[in-house]
Each structure stands twice: as C-alpha cells, then as structure tokens.
Ligand binder design. Structure first.
Ligand code: NAD
Length: 495
C-alpha cells in the first residue's frame, strides 16, 4: 500500500504545463491537464455518480464518452441539460461539451470503443437478503467484455462488496484487461465541488501500476492518493458509510438523551464539536438517516461481515437506532397534535392520526438534491399515513403541474420497503408551495433541511394551519420566534 499527503505524488506524475480553472468551490482552482495529455475514458451509467465523475474527468483534460442505457437521459444530456438537481453540474457538463471532450451515447458498447479506462457507475441496489445486488455491474461487464481494447483498465466506481473486482474480471472473461476498484465518496448536493476537490482518491488493485494510472487521471485535483489492494479499497467505502451512519445514529441517540434529561442538543453538539477528535461534521440530529447509499451500504456490510463469520452487532445497533428515530418523529407529531386537540382521544397504534391532515415540508433525503431514494422524509410520511394521517407535502424539487392545486407524488410507491403494501401513497399529495401544503393541516412537520423553509412568513403559516403545531425534525427553525407567534414547537433534542 502507498499513500501520499495532500498534493503529494506517489504513483502520480503530472505531465506538461497545467492550466488553472475555477469551479464551484469558493473560487479555489483545480489543475487542468493540457489537452494533449488527456486520456480516453468511458463512463458507464450517468446517474448521481457517473455524471459528476465524467464531467470532472473532462474538466481535468480527459476525453470522456458516457454511455447509459436510458435513451431519454442521453437525449437530454446531448442537448446540454442534466436530468438531476445538482448545483453547478449543468455548467460543468456544458463546459465539457463546449471543449469537445465530453460526449454522450446510448448504451455501454459504443461508449467503450477505443477507451483506455472504463468507469462502471451503475446501481448496486439492496437485494432482498440485504446483500448488494451486482446484476447491473455484471450485465455491463458481460456487454462490454468483447468490445474492450487489449490493456483497457476497468474502474469499478459502483459501491460493491469485497471481492467484486474478481467477479467483474470473471464476467468480462478477458485476460488482457485489468479491473481496479475506485470507490466514490461524493455527496449529493455538493457533488461538483466534491468531485473537483475530493478529500482522497482510493484505488485498489492487484496490479499496482494499473492502480497508479487510474490515480494519475485525478492528478489535477491534488487529492491525496491511497493505492491499496482491491479488497481493502472496497472495505474502505463500506467502512466510511458505516461510520457516517453510526455518527448520525449517535447524535440522534444523544438528542433522545437530551430530551430525557432536559439538556439542549445544539449546545451539547457545540461542546462536542470543538474537540478536534470529534469535530462538528455529521453531528446534526434529524428524522433518521437515509438516501440511496447509507441504508443499503450498512445492510450490505452487515451481510458481508456475516458471510465472512464476523457478527457486526455494533453496526446492527446503529441501524436499529435509525429505525427508532422514524418512530420517535411520528410519536412527536402524534403527541403535538393531541396537545392542541380540545378533547384528545386515546387511540391504538396505527390509528393515532386517523382523520388528521399533516403538512410535510421536504421529501428528498437531504437538501440540494431531487433524490427521494430511501429518503427518511418519505419513510416518516409513510409512517404518518400508517397512523391514519393524510399528508400534504411540499418539496422544492417535486413538481406540481402548473395551475393544479395538488398532485400525486410520482414514483412514491417505488420508495416503500420491498414487499410492503403501497396503498399509503394514495394518502399523500404534493402541493405547489409550503403555504398551500399547510391549508387545513393540524400540524406541519419539517423533514428536509431546505434553507427556504427558514425564511417563510410564519404568521401566514399559522393562518393556514388548523392548529399552530410545528414538529421540526431538522432543528431548522427558530423555536423562540415560533413560540412568540403562538406555535407549539417541538424539535429534536431541543428545548
Ligand atoms: P443512479 O441510479 O443515479 O445511476 C445509475 C445509472 O446507470 C442510471 O442512469 C442507469 O440508467 C444506468 N444504467 C443502469 N444499467 C445500465 C447498463 N446496463 N448500461 C448503461 N447504463 C446503465 O445511481 P448512482 O446514485 O449514480 O449510484 C451508482 C453507484 O455509485 C452505486 O453503486 C452507488 O452505491 C454508488 N455511489 C452513489 C453515491 C450517491 O451519492 N448517489 C455516492 C457514492 C457511491
């Protein structure tokens, strides 16, 4: 294994004079390779990971062809539009297209023609048993195998279980190409600065010179490069996500403790975060963690560990704490509604919000993205409906047709846990703005930390609601301002 410090260069050699460019990171710059030293790269799968990766590689001076199985996505991209909400991404894609270094084609086969490096950025969803489903990765490997030039390096960027590099090698069926693991750490919402200025590049392979060549593709970012074996690189990705999930479960548990002992979690976090060994990052209580990665990756890691004979009970605990958090948020809504109801009736679980309209602000798993996959907001909404509520949602990225007072949320049924009944989706409608969602609702629950929610006119919000109840599952709002306006305010671990 070899590692370099920031800006260091073990295994990475930058050739020729570099040019400076600035993009989406507070004016700081990345070094762009001169056109002649760029490599020929294919990126398969232009989703939340593949597209920022491709646009970044083009920005760094490489010639990039992207292939995706979805013709509608490719048509949009060929016209310079991006199919997802991600700040700066459209500009970066258009820059790549204008430079002549970024192209989009339908399918993987055409994209890999003449490529020296092929990045696999296809989904690895959760299978029913909790393991990672490798079928997309295998399908692409099978498709491109016969079309690769000898000496091509296949770069696995999808999050895959330990040992998957060997699986891809087997499916490719080629002895003259090399497979390398290069896990991705970008965050949706900040994918462009994260890709242009990664905190580290990890490359794992048996063939260390192939790994170094992959690291060299990113030399312009000056990120520390860690070259290791494939199993270690694959483990780093899962361990990183497991740590982040654990940190969130920890702070949510601390918030629960704060409520029990009468402490204020925001000050507790301040007191914790100044300790450099702890830090402030990822210490924000919320409605539970989710998104397209943490839930599936933590479950996959528990599965991987089990298969290898290690009982990762510690991680199972973090997952269980997360499940509890969804319940805690729903309980807060139930209790707050009961407090403001003239003669509250004791109802059994599953019926505690029957006949109650609840407004939900936010559906995406975090602010800055349109991604609803495994969103904790959606999970809380599903559980509110499970208690009998009707939910009026607003999310800045969920469109309602012009002129329509409300609309169903497209694709909501696909977001329920596999095997669950999706009839709950009929009780959820999306509204065109945050005020409209509050009309006649007995409470509003803040589920995604969209900044615009902080700046609403809460006198108008109060007028729209049938009772002045706010459950702030993101600790986004100002409790004293709301209480002054007569709201019953509940946060997470907050007085
Ligand atoms: P995504 O669903 O947004 O994108 C995947 C793309 O692959 C889609 O556009 C799909 O059409 C395409 N695709 C599927 N099968 C294909 C095929 N046979 N040929 C060509 N294209 C095909 O997924 P994503 O969020 O970008 O995730 C991709 C991988 O990266 C996953 O393994 C994920 O765990 C990992 N990852 C995701 C994130 C994140 O924040 N989303 C971060 C780090 C790692």
């Amino acid at each position: 294994m070899s590692a370099t410090g920031p800006g260091g260069a073990t295994g990475v050699h930058r050739s020729g004079p570099a040019t400076e460019a600035s993009f989406g990171h507070g004016g700081s710059s990345v070094r762009v390779l001169p056109h002649t030293s760029g490599r020929s790269v294919a990126v398969i799968g232009v989703g939340y990971v593949g597209l920022p990766t491709a646009a970044t590689l083009a920005h760094l001076g490489h010639r990039v062809t992207c292939g995706d199985a979805d013709p509608a996505k490719i048509a949009l991209l060929q016209g310079g539009r991006v199919p997802i909400v991600e700040e700066h991404l459209e500009d970066l894609v258009q820059e790549g297209q204008a430079s002549g270094r970024l192209h989009f084609v339908v399918g993987a086969t055409d994209a890999v023609a003449g490529a020296e490096f092929v990045f696999l950025c296809v989904p690895t969803p959760q299978a029913e048993d909790g393991s990672a489903d490798l079928s997309y990765v295998e399908a692409v490997a099978e498709e491109i195998g016969p079309h690769l030039a000898p000496g091509t390096v296949i770069v696995n960027k999808s999050t895959v279980p330990v040992g998957s590099t060997l699986v891809v090698e087997r499916v490719l069926g080629r002895h003259d190409v090399t497979v390398v693991s290069n896990p991705e750490f970008l965050r949706e919402g900040t994918a462009v600065p994260d890709s242009l200025h990664p905190e580290r590049i990890v490359v794992g392979a048996a063939d260390q010179s192939a790994a170094a060549r992959v690291g060299e593709l990113f030399a312009g970012t000056h990120a520390p490069l860690l070259i290791t074996d494939a199993a270690t690189a694959e483990t780093i990705k899962y361990a990183s996500n497991a740590f982040l999930a654990t940190k969130l479960s920890f702070v949510n548990a601390v918030a629960g403790l704060c409520e029990a002992v009468g402490a204020d979690v925001r000050d507790v976090i301040l007191g914790l975060g100044y300790d450099k060994r702890i830090g402030f990052e990822f210490l924000r209580p919320g409605p539970g963690w989710g998104g397209s990665c943490l839930p599936k990756d933590t479950r996959a890691l528990v599965y991987i560990a089990e298969q290898a004979g290690y009982d990762f009970s510690f991680l199972r605990g973090a997952i269980a704490t997360n499940e509890e958090q969804f319940v805690r948020v729903v309980d807060k809504v139930v209790r707050a509604v009961a407090r403001t109801t003239a003669a509250p009736v004791e109802r059994p679980a599953g019926d505690r919000l029957t006949g109650t309209v609840v407004a939900a602000w936010g559906l995406t798993f975090k602010a800055g993205t349109d991604d609803l996959r495994n969103s904790p907001a959606v999970e809380v909404v599903r559980r509110l409906v499970g208690e009998g509520a009707t939910v009026q949602a607003f999310d800045p990225t969920v469109a309602v047709p012009a002129g329509a007072p409300s609309a169903p949320v497209t694709g909501l049924s696909s977001l329920a846990p596999p095997g669950t009944d999706d009839s709950w989706t009929a009780s959820v409608r999306s509204f065109p703005d945050a005020y409209a969602a509050c009309a006649g609702a007995a409470a509003v629950v803040v589920l995604t930390e969209w900044d615009e929610f902080r700046w609403l006119d809460f006198t108008t919000v109060r007028e729209r609601l049938s009772a002045p109840v706010v459950v702030d599952a993101r600790n986004l709002l100002d409790p004293s301002q709301l209480r002054r306006l007569g709201f019953d305010y509940t946060g997470i671990g907050r007085r």
